[in-house]
Write a protein that binds this ligand. Structure first.
Ligand SMILES: [Zn+2]
Length: 75
């Protein structure tokens, strides 16, 4: 499932999907074990690492660089 959101990094509307387990773990590592990661979505544009909560860009950030390359068939 994807949602359409304005991506501040891409500067246009993109499809977002929920973070997978590895991405959630990476955010926790950066923000702390108790950081709520189950309502975070990421931009699926190629090379984009932006993620954010469902409703707003506040609280968003960039995933580590290794998450910048996604499989073409992702989704
Ligand atoms: Zn983006």
């Amino acid at each position: 499932m994807t949602i359409s959101r304005m991506c501040p990094t891409c500067r246009n509307r993109q499809d977002f999907r929920k973070l997978d387990d590895a991405e959630q773990a990476a955010v926790r590592k950066e923000k702390g074990e108790r950081h709520y990661v189950h309502d975070l979505w990421r931009c699926t544009a190629e090379g984009c690492r932006w993620y954010q909560p469902y409703l707003h860009t506040a609280g968003g950030g960039l995933l580590p660089e290794r998450f910048g390359k996604q499989a073409a068939a992702d989704g």
